[in-house]
Write a protein that binds this ligand. Structure first.
Ligand code: CA2
Length: 149
C-alpha cells in the first residue's frame, strides 16, 4: 500500500503569490501543491495537501490522520506561534511530524521565534521557501525506508 503524507497549511497561506513575495516567494499554494505531488510521486508517496484558516479544522484533520496518514508535514502559519491546541493534536496523533516554514522565522519579529509546534516535530525546516516542503518529503521517505528495511 502507498504511504500517504498529510501536508497541512495554516491561515493566510492561501494568499501566497498575491502579496509579500519578498518574504514568501512568488509561487502560489497551488504551485507548491503541484510540486509536492510530483516530488511525492517520485518518492512513492501519496500526498494529501490541505489549507485552512481555522484552527479547529486543522486540529480535526490532525486527529483524523491517525490510521490514514503515515506522516504529517505542517506549516501552521501564524498558529505556529499561538496554538497549544495544534501542538496537543500533533502530540496525540503519534506520527512523524515535519514542521516547515517558507521564511526564516528567526530573522523576523521576535514573536515568530517561538514555535509551539516544534515540541511535537521530528524535524523543522525554515527559510528555504517551497523547497522546504520537498525536503520534508525527502525526510519522510527516508525514515519510511529505514523503518521498512
Ligand atoms: O514562513 C512561514 O511559512 C510562516 O509560517 C508563514 C506565516 C507566518 O505567520 C509565520 O510566522 C511564518 C504567515 C503566512 C501568511 O502568508 C501570506 C502570504 C501572502 C500574503 C500574506 C500572507
Amino acid at each position: 500500500m502507498t504511504a500517504s503524507v498529510l501536508i497541512l497549511n495554516g491561515p493566510n497561506l492561501n494568499l501566497l503569490g498575491t502579496r509579500e513575495p519578498d518574504i514568501y516567494g512568488a509561487e502560489t499554494l497551488a504551485d507548491i501543491e503541484a510540486a509536492c505531488r510530483t516530488h511525492g510521486g517520485n518518492l512513492g508517496l501519496d500526498v494529501d495537501f490541505r489549507q485552512s484558516n481555522t484552527e479547529g479544522e486543522i486540529v480535526e484533520w490532525i486527529q483524523a490522520a491517525r490510521g490514514s496518514a503515515t506522516a504529517i508535514i505542517i506549516n501552521a502559519g501564524a498558529y505556529t506561534h499561538t496554538s497549544v491546541a495544534i501542538l496537543d493534536a500533533l502530540l496525540a496523533v503519534d506520527l512523524p511530524v515535519m514542521e516547515v516554514h517558507l521564511s526564516n522565522i528567526y530573522q523576523r519579529d521576535e514573536f515568530r521565534h517561538h514555535s509551539y509546534i516544534s515540541k511535537a516535530a521530528t524535524g523543522v525546516i525554515c527559510g528555504l521557501g517551497s523547497q522546504g516542503y520537498l525536503l520534508a518529503l525527502d525526510a519522510v521517505a527516508q525514515r519510511l525506508d529505514q523503518a521498512n528495511n
